[in-house]
Write a protein that binds this ligand. Structure first.
Ligand SMILES: [Cu+2]
Length: 159
């Protein structure tokens, strides 16, 4: 039964590997580690962060998203206005250059889950459908990290 044992070990390693990597693909776009932060009770909004890599020959564009966990999902950016960091919706979404990456991270571009059905809880996974102009839509899961994870000043308290 040596062979069987080796095969199941390999399967176990594969499973562990993909759980760690936590990435997805839509067409030529790889979606790397979608995550969010736990929210306080009664919070109405949450963020969504991920890295998009385009290994195709043409640019693509993240144009929207949706989630059963929120009334709607918007794509936002943050900009300094004088001394104040302000958030603004990106109606045209985020371009992912051919052979390039686009990063949605705390303090910069991000997804905004608006009208949360329930607080986001550390350790849980939240389903999220991402919509790309060319690659179409793909379902991913946001891994919920601790409140305050990821450094940068909390972007979402201003909403
Ligand atoms: Cu925002």
């Amino acid at each position: 039964m040596r062979i069987l044992h080796a095969a199941s070990l390999a399967a176990a390693l594969l499973t562990a590997g993909s759980a760690l990597a936590h990435d997805y693909r839509a067409g030529s776009v790889e979606i790397d580690h979608p995550w969010s932060r736990a929210t306080p009770p009664n919070a109405n909004v949450g963020g969504g962060y991920l890295t998009l890599r385009n290994d195709g020959e043409e640019p693509d564009r993240l144009i929207g998203g949706s989630s059963p966990a929120a009334e709607r999902v918007e794509i936002h950016t943050m900009e300094m206005e004088g001394d104040v960091m302000r958030m603004r919706q990106l109606p045209d979404g985020v371009e992912i250059p051919a052979g390039g990456t686009a990063e949605l991270a705390p303090g910069g571009m991000h997804l905004m889950l608006i009208g949360l059905a329930a607080p986001l809880v550390e350790g849980e996974r939240v389903p999220l459908t991402l919509e790309f102009e060319k690659a179409g839509s793909v379902e991913v899961e946001l891994a919920i990290d601790a409140i305050g994870a990821g450094g940068a000043a909390d972007a979402h308290s201003g909403h």
